[in-house]
Structures are given as structure tokens and as C-alpha cells.
Design a protein around this ligand. Structure first.
Ligand SMILES: *Cc1c(COP(=O)(O)O)cnc(C)c1O
Length: 209
């Protein structure tokens, strides 16, 4: 496995046909990211079992049960309630699921995620610390959708330094998921450990629906 900058590549395969995933798989890719629960469930049945699936879309608690038997990481934790439900369902499946806290770093108000303070508080939560079937393994964030490199860079830098803060005393904390097709170079320079890349691998996406 190639790890430039020490980061791993997640091939984001949302809206792509299973054949496209197979082609990337044949080239050696094992880590894939999906955004929609039903699409992921259907694809998974058609594809090799050694693929590691990262869920990167917005996730409602009532859908966790469809992912918990197999998903390797849920990157989009944006509530205490969601984490508790993942723990509950992972226990039923006899698994431990990696979870990343989605942190709001962009200027846009539409993107999901915790503020730094909310995430700090969550990490201190007693109920969460008692959970046996989730592993809070790091943070994930999306930069502002802008041409201004300086802005993107400063958002990624802030996320990386927040990660360094939370990491203290937490050996399981090891991932900073940041960087997409348009900004992964900056993300790598700023210390990303997981880049999530779709269109730069598979081509432009058709609008959904
Ligand atoms: C779709 C998506 C990506 C990949 O986006 P590209 O611009 O196609 O690389 C990465 N992260 C998240 C959360 C996404 O929804």
C-alpha cells in the first residue's frame, strides 16, 4: 500500500456503478467511501468482502443498523445520540466500529458537524467513555468550497491542531480525515491521514436523481 505523506486514500464511490468499484479494486484499492445507506448496502452485496467501507454521508440514527454488521468506519458523527446508537448496534453485531467526529471548519453554515467546544465536551462524556463497541478514532472535516487556498489551508491547519489537542492521552486517536479532489494536496501538506477522493479518480459525478 502506497502512503504518500503517511496518508491513506479513500476512493469515494458514491453514485458509481459496482463495475467502477471493481476496476479500482483490481488496481489494488481496498478502502472505499460511500454516502448513502441504501446504495452502500446494495453495492456491498455485489463486491468483494475484503473491501473496507467508510461511511462519509449524513447518517440518521434509525439507519445505523443497516451498516453496523459490516462498516469499518463511520466518519460523520455529528451527535451524541448517533454515537450511542452505533455502540448499541455494533454490540448486537459483536463488533467494534471506528468513528470519526465530524468537525465544522468551513464558512458555509450548511455543513454538518460539531464545533471544537462541542467535540471537547463530547470526548469527556462519561456515557461515551463507557462504550465498548465504538472506537472514537479521530476527526473529519470539509473545508470551505472556495478558490482561496489560504482559507482552505488555514481551516485544515486548525483541524489538524485540534486533533493534536484531543489526541493527548488517547492512543486510539489517530485519523484526520480531510481533503477531497479539489483540495487534497493542501490537506496532505497540512497533515491529513485520510483523503477522500471521488471525481479525481472516477470522473465528474452526474447530479443525483
Ligand atoms: C463526495 C464526497 C467526497 C469526494 O468528493 P470529490 O470532490 O468527488 O473528490 C469527499 N468527502 C465527502 C464527505 C463527500 O461527500
Amino acid at each position: 500500500e502506497l502512503r504518500p505523506f503517511g496518508a491513506r486514500l479513500i476512493a469515494v464511490s458514491k453514485t458509481r456503478a459496482p463495475e467502477d468499484v471493481k476496476e479500482a479494486y483490481a488496481a489494488g484499492q481496498r478502502l472505499f467511501g460511500e454516502n448513502y445507506v441504501q446504495e452502500l448496502s446494495e453495492k456491498r452485496d455485489l463486491l468483494p468482502v475484503d473491501i473496507q467501507w467508510h461511511f462519509i454521508g449524513h447518517l440518521q440514527s434509525n439507519k445505523v443498523k443497516f451498516l453496523s454488521p459490516f462498516v469499518s468506519c463511520i466518519q460523520t458523527i455529528d451527535s451524541h445520540k448517533l454515537l450511542m446508537e452505533i455502540d448499541r448496534q455494533a454490540q448486537r453485531s459483536g463488533r467494534v466500529i471506528d468513528c470519526l467526529l465530524q468537525i465544522h471548519i468551513a464558512q458555509e453554515s450548511t455543513k454538518f458537524g460539531f464545533t471544537f467546544d462541542e467535540a471537547r465536551k463530547l470526548m469527556e462524556d462519561q456515557q461515551l467513555q463507557a462504550c465498548q463497541n465504538i472506537r472514537v478514532a479521530g476527526v473529519m472535516g470539509m473545508a470551505t468550497n472556495t478558490e482561496e487556498e489560504d482559507m482552505i489551508r488555514s481551516e485544515f491547519r486548525l483541524l489538524r491542531s485540534f486533533f493534536e489537542e484531543l489526541k493527548i492521552g488517547r492512543p486510539d486517536f489517530r485519523e484526520v480525515s480531510m481533503g477531497m479532489s479539489g483540495d487534497y494536496r493542501i490537506a496532505l501538506e497540512e497533515g491529513s491521514t485520510l483523503v477522500r477522493i471521488g471525481s479525481a479518480i472516477f470522473g465528474e459525478r452526474k447530479p443525483k436523481g
